[in-house]
Design a protein around this ligand. Structure first.
Ligand code: FES
Ligand code: FES
Length: 137
C-alpha cells in the first residue's frame, strides 16, 4: 500500500504525541478502537476553562500509518477551536487532507470518533461539577 506524502510526513514527525492526566478537570479523554483492524487511538484535549477553547491536544495511537497520521493531524486541527468546532471536524476532511485510499477511510473515522469521545468525556466530567439535573441515560 502506497502512503501519501502527507501520511508519511505525519507518520515520521507525529505532532503532539503523549498525554495529559486524565483526572485533570480541564482534560477530555477519548479512547476508541477500530473493530476492522484492532487499532486503538487515545486522544486528549485540554480546554481553557475561561475561553472554552481547546488549548492543547495529545494522542497515542497503536495502529497503522494512516491512523497515526489522522490522529496527528486532528490534534493540530482542534487546537484553538471551541468544542463545537472540534465536533464539526469530519472524517472526510481528514481523509481528503491525507489523501487516504478507500481501505484506509476507517482510520480517519477513528480520529473523528476519538475527538467526539474526548469532547463528550470533557463535557461529561466538567458538567458533573456544575449543578445539573439527573444525567441522561
Ligand atoms: Fe485500522 Fe488504520 S488500518 S486504523
Ligand atoms: Fe456520568 Fe452521570 S455524571 S452518568
Amino acid at each position: 500500500m502506497a502512503y501519501s506524502d502527507k501520511v508519511i510526513e505525519h507518520y515520521e514527525n507525529p505532532r503532539n504525541v503523549g498525554g495529559f492526566t486524565a483526572e485533570d478537570d480541564d482534560v477530555g479523554t477519548g479512547m476508541v478502537g477500530a473493530p476492522a483492524c484492532g487499532d486503538v487511538m487515545k486522544l486528549q484535549i485540554k480546554v481553557n476553562p475561561l475561553t472554552g477553547m481547546i488549548e492543547d491536544a495529545k494522542f497515542k495511537t497503536y495502529g497503522c500509518g494512516s491512523a497515526i497520521a489522522s490522529s496527528s493531524l486532528v490534534t493540530e486541527w482542534v487546537k484553538g477551536k471551541t468544542l463545537d468546532q472540534a465536533l464539526a471536524i469530519k472524517n472526510t476532511a481528514i481523509a481528503e487532507e491525507l489523501a487516504l485510499p478507500p481501505v484506509k477511510i476507517h482510520c480517519s473515522i477513528l480520529a473523528e470518533d476519538a475527538i467526539k469521545a474526548a469532547v463528550a468525556d470533557y463535557r461529561h466530567r466538567h458538567d458533573a461539577h456544575i449543578e445539573q439535573p439527573a444525567c441522561s441515560p
